[in-house]
Design a protein around this ligand. Sequence first.
Ligand SMILES: Cc1cc2nc3c(=O)[nH]c(=O)nc-3n(C[C@H](O)[C@H](O)[C@H](O)COP(=O)(O)OP(=O)(O)OC[C@H]3O[C@@H](n4cnc5c(N)ncnc54)[C@H](O)[C@@H]3O)c2cc1C
Length: 300
Amino acid sequence: MKRLCVVVDDREVEENPYKPEMWRIVRRYPLTSDVNFFQMRAVDVDDLLKMDYRPGQFIMGSVLGEGEAPFSISSTPSRPGLMEFCIRKVGTLTESLFGLKENQTIGLRGPYGNGFPIEKMEGKDIMIIAGGLGVASLRSLLLYVLDNRDKFGNLVYLHGARTPGEMLFREEFMQLKERDDLNCLLTVDKDDTGQWTEREGVVTNLFKELGPVDAKNTYVAVCGPPVMYKYVIQQLVGLNIPKHQILMTLERRMKCGVGKCGHCAIEYLYTCMDGPVFTYWDVLHMKEIIGKGVSDNVIA
Ligand SMILES: Cc1cc2nc3c(=O)[nH]c(=O)nc-3n(C[C@H](O)[C@H](O)[C@H](O)COP(=O)(O)OP(=O)(O)OC[C@H]3O[C@@H](n4cnc5c(N)ncnc54)[C@H](O)[C@@H]3O)c2cc1C
């Protein structure tokens, strides 16, 4: 995205890192009863051309006068021109966002955060494990790997939701099951429709169907509700996946997104800049730093 700079005393200084650019809602529709899909295009063509991000990064989204919050980018940089988000209505800002119609504008600044280490992941087998709203950031990675399929080894996608109606992007993932270049396994805790054709049970049950895993050659990306991490990490450690190859997205409350306000700091680490993607190795050391400050559910 565009970075405005001015020259002060021969130094180039960023004019205002908190100034959002305006993006127009191209499409907006419900994914579930409380989550909406937003597809956005920059109002200013310069912002569109300069838009550059990596899977796993987030933006700060705002409705002027209402507030600002971080949202993961759900689209992939391999399909430029539009950015996509899935947003759950939980409070003041998200309620305002749900009140906007197509063609209205939202303020966006970013992209922020480290994102997934794509360069290190290239050439490796990839396992992506999403639960609930965790798919918001993992869809970006999944689409990126699918669009660059020749650069990666085997691809496994595991996705759990509470019920079929709560599975985000359900139709899109059902279509992926037709492809023979990935293993896409979908499960719900409980089928309340009687028409669900996929698995029933928690996401960790899907591990039984994985077959042999080349642990040393595999990168795993996990994002989901805190309780999911605990059980998924246990399985991954049981499979001997190296701790630095298990990637977890952490959510901490954050305000500025640029490492200034300290809201998201875990001692010397800023979730907004050093994260939100951390390795399991990092997270184990965070436990030493903050004890029970990060939920024991997140850290096995
Ligand atoms: C890196 C990152 C990526 C994210 N990506 C997404 C995404 O893709 N989609 C998405 O829907 N959400 C995402 N979120 C979460 C989103 O930013 C929050 O839900 C945001 O607070 C919503 O703003 P709001 O004004 O609507 O709700 P808020 O008014 O902020 O309230 C949200 C919830 O948090 C509680 N809350 C409010 N203030 C505090 C506080 N100080 N301490 C503890 N709890 C509090 C409220 O009671 C409420 O339950 C992400 C968060 C992070 C950090």
